[in-house]
Design a protein. Structure first.
Length: 217
């Protein structure tokens, strides 16, 4: 795989978006490789926890690759583009997921992050759901998850204005668990993963499933 880096170390699967020259944007090839990595993670009994992050220090994931969408639309004469289904990440894999947010976390990138269970953000991280500014809607769970995680009015403001916010704002309203210096994002994510690994993996998965089921009732 070229656009997704996948490795397992001490029961922790690291899934890294590897397009730093394009702010780790979501393209067709990256999407296909991501699904492949997710399938490996889901099937591997030795991988207990997943950690998402982005290559480089500028972006976790800046959302869909709009240049690719435009090129595909032009060549195919229609909507085209890559439309990833990230709604399935949390419920289908069932294992704990940590987002190590090392920069811009926008649109589909934010939707990936909020589908994870724990989020660690760099001090310089920037967040947003700017889809409406492009006359599209958040299509990977953002309209469902953000109102559950934030006060309704704040969630709707972000969704319908397309506004951005910083890491301190995200921490204040509980959208991220920790804000740390940039060089401490991965160490903190590893620390959390290692703490979870001290517990029974089946019990951890059962707790996650029970908590999510309870929230959805």
């Amino acid at each position: 795989m070229a656009f997704i880096l996948y490795e397992v170390d001490d029961h922790v699967a690291y899934i890294t978006f590897n397009r730093p020259d394009r702010m780790n944007a979501l393209g067709r090839e990256l999407g296909a490789e991501l699904r492949e990595a997710e399938a490996k993670f889901a099937a591997d009994d030795d991988a207990w926890i997943g950690v998402y992050t982005g290559a480089g220090d500028r972006a976790f994931c800046a959302g869909r690759d709009l240049k690719e969408v435009a090129a595909t639309s032009s060549s195919e004469g229609g909507g085209g583009g890559f439309s990833p289904n990230f709604e399935r990440i949390a419920p289908d894999i069932g294992k704990p997921m940590i987002a190590a947010i090392n920069g811009y976390c926008l649109a589909g990138g934010l939707e990936i992050a909020i589908s994870c269970d724990i989020r660690v953000a760099a001090e310089h991280a920037k967040f947003g759901v700017p889809e409406v500014t492009r006359a599209i809607i958040p299509g990977a769970g953002g309209t469902q998850r953000l109102p559950r995680m934030l006060p309704k009015g704040m969630a709707l403001e972000l969704l319908i204005t397309g506004g951005r916010f910083d890491a301190e704002w995200a921490l204040r309203y509980g959208l991220v668990n920790y804000v740390v210096p940039a060089d401490q994002v991965m160490p903190k994510a590893r620390e959390l993963a290692e703490a979870i690994c001290q517990n029974g993996p089946l019990a951890v998965r059962a707790v996650k499933e029970s908590a999510i089921t309870g929230l959805e009732k």
